[in-house]
Design a protein around this ligand. Sequence first.
Ligand code: SF4
Length: 393
Amino acid sequence: MSDTVDLTAALAPAGPAAPHSASGEEVATHDLGAVAPPARPARRWMPKRVVATPAAYDHPHGLRIMERLGELGLETERLASNRLTGVRGETDRETYARAKSTLAIVVSPPSRRRLQPIAPSADWRFDLAEGCPAHCQYCYLAGSLSGPPVTRVYADLDDILAGLADYVGRGTITSRRAARRDEGTTFEASCYTDPLALEHLTGSWRRAVTFFGAWDAPVQLRWTTKFDDVDGFAGLRHEGRTRVRLSVNCLPVTSRFEGGTAPLPARLAALRRLAEDGYPVGLTIAPIMAMPDWRDHYGVLLDAVAAAVDGVRDLDLTAELITHRFTPGSKEVLLGWYPRTRLDLDEQSRSRKHGKFGAVKYVYPPETMTALRAWFETEIARRVPACRILYWT
Ligand code: SF4
């Protein structure tokens, strides 16, 4: 790994994006074997080093982030240029760990200001940050980043939000799917990060929620999270224009494969809290895994969801269902990170498919997919009847 990091470059590669809970089958990966730190239990992430590029000081939100960090006892180091030095350690592991514990306040790269469609989740994706402190063993972010994983948060938030107006009415997801027409143009804001992993440091997603709340137009902000830190969102003027989805899974998945995230009961409590505050809410059930006894495990999950939303008035609850898949590249990276992982990465038990951009991916065979889909559709209707399924993939 190089000692200097160009903070004007995007952290994740250009090209097709995938929601972070999917497996990003079309994203190129790099082998980071032997450099990943072990998973830690969930807690509010506090970076060890905070830096800001000179341009970040020209943006009010950059200054707001610095002030917020100051209140948390974190001092921001002003860089002389857009290049960050001092990341190199004695070993690759040390370099990696230093990058992973550094937060950079930067202006978003121009490539991030041209929005990309992100089917089937939303019409458009936009980014408020890149990088995540959690350690999900199936996460495509792990191996797809283009350099040391310094988490970037964007100082030009106000410009990013103002730029969204150009895209209203131009999406294809909500206009083509009758079930989603009431959502207006949808904007996904959690592609390369987990919002609630960073919100206490930036305030960016709260600002986005109030921006959409004040935006009297057919638009919807969407983001998904595996964290539960929603206190700051209760009471905001969201006006129903933000759908927060909690990324959930059955306990064998959340407890084995999702290092550094909030436990499932805490995520479901956060779901209830937001629903009680009038937010449209959702479940991102991903990645769905056909493990032994999967019906029992996912049945327990759906019952826990039903209990979590029981009695919530005017509940607006959706589900997005994403099955597990992997590529030869992502398998290599993930086995490098987690050599003893119990993640099922056996090509023999999967169907080989070509993604939209020609990349090979391994998905469950058709009979498994059919059984999973039928089960989820039936059981969601039976156990959580208020829940609308938005898509299956
Ligand atoms: S929480 Fe972080 S590590 Fe886990 S899937 Fe999402 S982006 Fe990846």
